[in-house]
Design a protein around this ligand. Structure first.
Ligand code: SF4
Length: 193
């Protein structure tokens, strides 16, 4: 099979998977966009839990995201609280009910299937990560990665439990390094505006 055909098969498979996943996103009285927002807020760090970062992650308009957030707030799944030191900006906090609902995330069905793929699943994860990174780089899309792969992450300054973010001048708890970040900049990249 030629490289063009392989590339076409990869694109088709991802497109079909995306469609199936989205069609399963009508569960627990939520729609796919509401699940995507809930999932993001369950995974992002404290620098990224705001409407603007969410709109960027979802590649959606601020108006669309605002409607999604209002729906989640009405259902008691998130609350908006003032962001200290950021004027009128808001932080989006999942409520206990919102966190609990993530245990019923329909995307877990995909994770279960992926977990059954056998020993090559690590390589597949690596290749998919590379594909995503290339795509983001090509189109200038924010990476939303984790600290370990960020050019601003400094784990030399560590007391065992915290590291440092050179961009934000903040101490980062070890547990936070596993969360996704709107300010993440891949090593070797100059950053996205
Ligand atoms: S080191 Fe990078 S990924 Fe981590 S908090 Fe700072 S900007 Fe975000």
């Amino acid at each position: 099979m030629g490289r063009d055909e392989v590339a076409s098969d990869i694109a088709d498979a991802i497109e079909r998977l995306g469609r199936f996943i989205r069609s399963r996103g009508y569960a627990c009285d939520l729609n796919p966009a509401q699940w995507e927002a809930l999932r993001y807020l369950g995974r992002c760090n404290r620098f990224s839990n705001n409407p603007s970062a969410l709109a960027s992650f979802l590649n959606a308009t601020k108006g669309t995201v605002s409607q999604t957030l209002s729906s989640l707030e009405r259902k008691g799944l998130l609350s908006k609280v003032p962001r200290p030191g950021h004027g009128r900006s808001l932080s989006l906090m999942l409520t206990d009910q919102g966190r609990a609902l993530l245990d019923q995330d329909p995307q877990q069905a995909l994770e279960a299937v992926a977990g059954e793929l056998g020993p090559d699943v690590d390589r597949l994860a690596g290749h998919l990560g590379d594909l995503l990174a290339e795509y983001q780089m090509h189109f200038g899309i924010r990476s939303f990665g984790k600290c370990r792969t960020c050019r601003y992450f400094d784990d030399r300054i560590s007391d065992g439990n915290t590291c440092r973010c050179e961009l934000l001048g903040a101490q980062i708890e070890k547990s936070e390094t596993r969360q996704i970040c709107a300010e993440h900049t891949p090593r070797g990249a100059s950053g996205f505006s």
